[in-house]
Design a protein around this ligand. Structure first.
Ligand SMILES: Cc1ncc(COP(=O)(O)O)c(C=O)c1O
Length: 453
């Protein structure tokens, strides 16, 4: 693309396009990077620069760009039936086929699915579904959902209320009533001086205390991401999830796992719930269900809730025009089929994740890295000014942003969350491409250290 065409595009973008999660004034001043093409694990910008996509788009392009099977599935379905709804006792083959496949890959007690278009809508769906479940049980007071600080569950009013980011919630007077938050299992930030296992039990114990405070008869559910993604790849200590499971079981409240990021192989299991050996009642999914090629999300509904909804009869007044869109579902069927036939989940677990872990943890030796943690194919680096004391850089120095920019200069997409750098590369990444990712990340850290002075 010529420079003139590029600057014309950027100008039109600035004048007409309000971007999600962006400072529009800043976009106007700094301009945008125009991405024009993707192939495998790489994206290409308008100037033809190749960039390794260390974030799989937004944690979704798990099978890489340009997968023929997914493209052809969309093309076929667009020609056959681009749209029909699943309201009014109608259905169509792609939605049925996908529901059946999802029941096969999901943990044992999940036989049914409710479709949405996004992770945010799926989070809103669980608020309505959980409330309906307890109404059906004749326990209408059981309405409060307990979530965690620094969680991310989307940006609709419900999703953002479930999330736990005060800066975001300040816009729009959120959270809505009926949602409360407890502490997150972020050992590096909150647990220093304590053994991680002890810290895991301590923060999980907050759930028990919150239930007591609210009164168990008022609590509907606990929701959590198996690993908090947007919050900065917060990997809980091993003791955390088993304790959360025990507390939910004893209180009889529903356990909801938001697997929008951890679903479909990211941790080397089909679902993060399997990685942590927990048994939720509801699993929220989106993003990688169809390799991230088209909008699709939903809720896998475990038997406890699904049987109650079905047996009670009466309409569940909830759904979207594009719930179970045939093209999105057909691409998901193709994506899950590719994953099964190529053994992608097993390859992540047995080969790629162990290799990634060894290389990623090696970055902990860098002078400005206080911790290098990872699980499956997600990783985070905590940037610090003093390694021994694990002291953060002054906020005004914006070290995360500096490192993010340095990384792009090196041809690698790494995202920053406050002072952490995070990656979640496509599951189809090779060991040679992991080497490339690590080399580029190391050079970005070197540049950042120099720029921090
Ligand atoms: C855990 C989690 N839940 C929900 C969402 C929201 O999904 P969407 O952007 O598809 O609405 C995200 C998005 O990153 C997420 O990470």
């Amino acid at each position: 693309m010529s420079d003139a065409t590029l600057s014309e595009l950027q100008d039109l973008d600035r004048r007409h396009f309000l971007h999600p999660f962006s400072d529009h004034k800043q976009i106007g001043e700094r301009g945008t990077r125009v991405i024009t093409r993707g192939e495998g694990v790489y994206i290409y910008d308008a100037q033809g620069r190749q960039i390794l996509d260390g974030m799989s788009g937004l944690w979704c392009i798990n099978l890489g760009y340009g997968r023929r099977e997914l493209i052809e599935a969309a093309h076929r379905q667009l020609q056959t039936l681009p749209y029909y709804n699943s309201f009014f006792q109608c259905t169509h083959p792609p939605a049925i086929e996908l529901a059946t496949l999802l029941a096969e890959v999901a943990p044992g007690s999940f036989g049914r699915v409710f479709y949405t278009n996004s992770g945010s809508e799926a989070n809103d769906t669980i608020i309505r579904m959980v409330r309906r479940y307890w109404d059906i049980q004749g326990r209408p007071r059981r309405k409060t959902i307990i979530s965690r600080r620094n969680a991310y569950h989307g940006s609709t009013i419900g999703g953002m209320s479930l999330g736990g980011m005060p800066v975001q919630q300040a816009q729009g007077d959120l959270p809505i009533p009926g949602i409360v938050h407890i502490e997150q299992p972020y050992w590096f930030e909150l647990g220093q001086g304590m053994h991680p296992d002890e810290f895991g039990l301590k923060v999980a114990g907050e759930l028990e205390r919150k239930i007591d405070e609210l009164g168990v008869d008022n609590v509907a559910a606990f929701i959590g991401e198996p690993i908090q993604g947007a919050g900065g790849v917060i990997i809980p200590p091993d003791t955390y999830w088993p304790e959360i499971q025990r507390i939910c079981d004893e209180a009889g409240i529903l356990l909801v796992a938001d697997e929008v990021i951890t679903g479909f192989g990211r941790l080397g299991e089909w679902f993060g719930s399997q990685y942590y050996d927990i048994e939720p009642d509801l699993i929220i999914f989106a993003k990688a269900v169809n390799g991230g090629y088209l909008p699709l999300g939903g809720v896998l509904v475990g038997d406890r809730v699904a049987d109650a909804l079905v047996d009670a009869g009466g309409e569940f007044h909830h759904g979207f025009t594009h719930s179970g869109n045939p093209v999105s579902c057909a691409v998901a069927v193709a994506a899950l089929t590719v994953m099964r036939e190529e053994g992608i989940v097993e390859r992540v677990r047995e080969e790629i994740a162990p290799y990634f872990a060894e290389r990623w943890r090696g970055l902990a030796e860098h002078p400005i890295v206080g911790e290098a943690r990872c699980a499956g194919l997600v990783g985070a680096l905590e940037l610090v000014s003093d390694k021994a004391r694990r002291t953060r850089f002054p906020a005004a120095k914006a070290v995360g942003e500096t490192c993010r920019d340095a990384s792009i200069e090196q041809g690698l997409v790494m995202r920053h969350v406050r002072d952490s750098m995070i990656v979640a590369p496509p599951l189809v990444i090779t060991t040679a491409q992991i080497d490339e990712l690590i080399d580029k990340a190391r050079r970005a850290l070197d540049l950042t250290a120099r720029r921090m002075g």
